[in-house]
Ligand binder design. Structure first.
Ligand code: 5RP
Length: 230
């Protein structure tokens, strides 16, 4: 689920700043969401000006936007290497752990972001928190939703099936699965929770991204701050 808020100007600053650092010949992971969209549009303009890159989309949405922007695309299973991935986040903690999946794209995003030699996160300041505390999206096989719900409660979480907004019934991901938004309160040990969620049978992927971000570009009113792991 998306958290409303965050200025579009700040998102744009972050997205364009990250896109500006893409170099000729790069294969670029294209994240999903409104902030990553600014990076994709910026890459499209750079391609028009002669930059030679190819993108690997993380969702139908980012693929469609890349096509519209004129960024050449390659399939994830056809590339040997991803040089850099640029992707948004729903929350970023002080130690650069992330919650992603507001757009239900976190499964493909995690594959692409983790495969990239450099994973660059782009956010506006509304996403920055000292400690993660929003609900974690968990993509589940449809038939496993009841058993996964039970296992999540055993881990201390409260799962809610994500409902679609312009369709009756649940959100169905690009992979044909469902999403449980799981409330855990303050997440003081994201690494342990990430392992717990990943080992539940029927979980396809969860939205905790721990020790993956190489840089976080935060668009601010007066420029962009680049945060790196300590
Ligand atoms: C999609 C995501 C997005 O990157 C995340 O929701 C941030 O989106 P936005 O930049 O629109 O706030 O994880 O699954």
């Amino acid at each position: 689920m998306k958290t409303p808020g965050g200025s579009d100007a700040a998102k744009r600053r972050a997205g364009e700043h990250a896109a500006d650092r893409v170099t000729d010949g790069d294969t670029v992971g294209l994240g999903t969401g409104s902030t990553a969209a600014h990076a994709i549009r910026s890459l499209g303009r750079a391609v028009d000006d002669g930059l030679d890159v190819r993108g690997v989309a993380t969702s139908y949405a980012s693929r469609d936007l890349a096509r519209e922007a004129g960024v050449p695309l390659a399939d994830l299973d056809a590339v040997e290497r991803i040089d850099v991935a640029i992707d948004g986040a729903d929350q970023v903690s002080d130690d650069l752990a992330l919650i992603k999946g507001g757009g239900a794209a976190h499964a493909r995003e995690k594959v692409v972001d983790a495969a990239a030699a450099r994973f660059v996160v782009v956010v506006d300041p509304s996403k920055e928190v000292p400690v993660l505390d929003r609900s974690i999206p968990v993509e589940v096989l449809p038939d496993a939703r009841t058993t996964v719900r039970r296992a999540i409660r055993e881990l201390g979480g409260t799962p809610t099936l994500r409902a679609a907004e312009r369709k009756d019934g649940p959100v169905v991901t690009d992979n044909g699965n469902l999403v449980l938004d799981c409330e855990f309160g303050t997440i003081s040990d994201p690494g342990t929770l990430a392992t717990g969620l990943a080992t539940i049978p029927g979980v396809v992927e969860h939205g905790l991204f721990v020790d993956l971000a190489d840089e976080v570009h935060v668009g601010r009113a007066d420029g962009v701050t680049v945060r790196t792991p300590e």
